[in-house]
Design a protein around this ligand. Structure first.
Ligand code: ZN
Length: 406
């Protein structure tokens, strides 16, 4: 059986943009390597998974599906993935949430959801980890920039069926956490979390670091906005489900966390940071090297999505070109098609609308004996591909079939 490399370029697909001659950033980009792979392989369109209640696909849910795990059964909640990605250890029954350090006024109205994008939160976190709440242990860990993750652990049963504290707007009051159902567990979890957040506010308000920030006319990080509660439960690992030894190469916390939650080994690459200046060469070279040890490599590239969300379609196009140039470090010396390479996305992100959209994503699979007439990798040309249009939940079974029957 062939080994499999799955490259996910986050938010790769896009809409036509008049400034790009009515082309999408992927169409407008010069991508000789992608086009070669498309020509030598098979293409199609993949429909990203979203829950019925979601307007657009989100990265976390979409990834769980394309990695072969039905989100209806196996989605654990954003907080769990963020916590795993930040290196927090979790055990079954733990609740995890995403945290923003934020600034509120004395009436708890939000002034800034990111506390002036504060970075230096280590001292604050140290103080917060001393807070005691009856009935549960709270542990907070620093994540990227102004972000952190919060773990709740208790001898009593907890539930992640609770509301967010983050109203996602400034100028309004922070939200109290409420249970979303009538269970004892949800009520208890909301109660202790509210207690913790109140104490955290007191600790932060009087913390010397915040006093110093105020003197320097910087926004104090005096409130924790929490969201995305998830709870860890036992699910099969990638190895158990598909029989493949898998690893994950990613810079973004969420994607490392998804890999970890599925039991993949996380491979560190120097300079892989989830940004446009990420170490693409390092990531692709590493992917090639670790193929000796693993049957399945999940490689994630983030910046395409962020650039589109900022409306930077030219930068997105240029970044796609950079990925194309660097993929040579993965494909060189694979002329005998030693592995199966898939390039696709978790969802499309519109640079015009600056958010995710529900359109299907282009996909190419190279390294099997199959071919079709597509000779360019783009949203439009992939329509004519042999893979046609299929749901992302089918991706893994397709790859396994091709890997076994090459
Ligand atoms: Zn995404």
């Amino acid at each position: 059986m062939k080994k499999i490399v799955l490259v996910i370029i986050d938010g790769l697909g896009d809409e036509s943009i008049s400034e790009l001659g009515n082309k999408t950033p992927l169409e407008a980009a010069k991508t000789p390597n992608f086009d070669y792979l498309a020509k030598d392989g098979i293409c199609g369109l993949m429909i990203p998974f979203k829950f019925r209640w979601q307007e657009y696909p989100t990265s976390d849910v979409a990834h769980v599906a394309l990695l072969g795990f039905d989100p209806k059964k196996y989605y654990l909640g954003r907080g769990v993935y963020e916590a795993f990605g930040a290196g927090v250890n979790l055990k079954e029954g733990d609740i995890a949430l995403r945290v923003n350090f934020a600034t509120v006024d004395k009436n708890l109205k939000i002034i800034d959801r990111r506390a002036g994008r504060i970075e230096e939160t280590k001292e604050l976190i140290k103080a917060l980890n001393k807070i005691k709440v009856k009935g549960a242990d709270f542990y907070i860990k620093k994540a990227f920039g102004h972000r952190a993750v919060l773990r709740i652990r208790s001898n009593q049963k907890l539930s992640c069926n609770i509301t967010d504290g983050d109203p996602h707007k400034v100028g309004v009051k922070v939200k109290k956490i409420k249970p979303k159902d009538k269970t004892k567990e949800a009520k208890f979890t909301a109660e202790i979390l509210n207690q913790f957040l109140e104490k955290a506010h007191q600790v932060l308000e009087t913390h010397p670091l915040n006093q110093k920030r105020k003197k320097k006319k910087l926004l104090p990080a005096n409130y924790l906005l929490v969201r995305g509660a998830g709870s860890l439960r036992k699910i099969p690992t990638f190895k158990e489900k598909f029989g493949l030894k898998a690893c994950c190469i990613a810079g973004g916390t969420l994607y490392k966390g998804i890999g970890k939650a599925l039991g993949m080994d996380l491979i560190k690459v120097r300079g892989a940071n989830g940004k446009p200046n990420t170490n693409l060469k390092g990531k692709f070279t590493t992917a090639k090297n670790v193929l000796k040890k693993y049957n399945f490599v999940f490689l994630h590239i983030k910046a395409t999505d962020n650039l589109a969300e900022d409306g930077k379609f030219i930068e997105k196009m240029k970044f796609i070109e950079k990925i194309d140039q660097n993929i040579q470090y993965l494909i060189s010396n694979n002329k005998q098609n030693k592995f199966l390479l898939t390039i696709t996305a978790d969802h499309c992100t519109s640079s015009k609308l600056k958010h995710h959209i529900s359109a299907p994503v282009p996909i190419l699979i190279w390294g099997s004996k199959q071919k079709d007439s597509v000779d360019k990798f783009s949203e439009k040309s992939c329509k004519k591909g042999k893979l046609k249009k299929f749901n992302s939940i089918k991706l893994l079974s397709t790859l396994l079939y091709l890997a076994k029957n090459f």
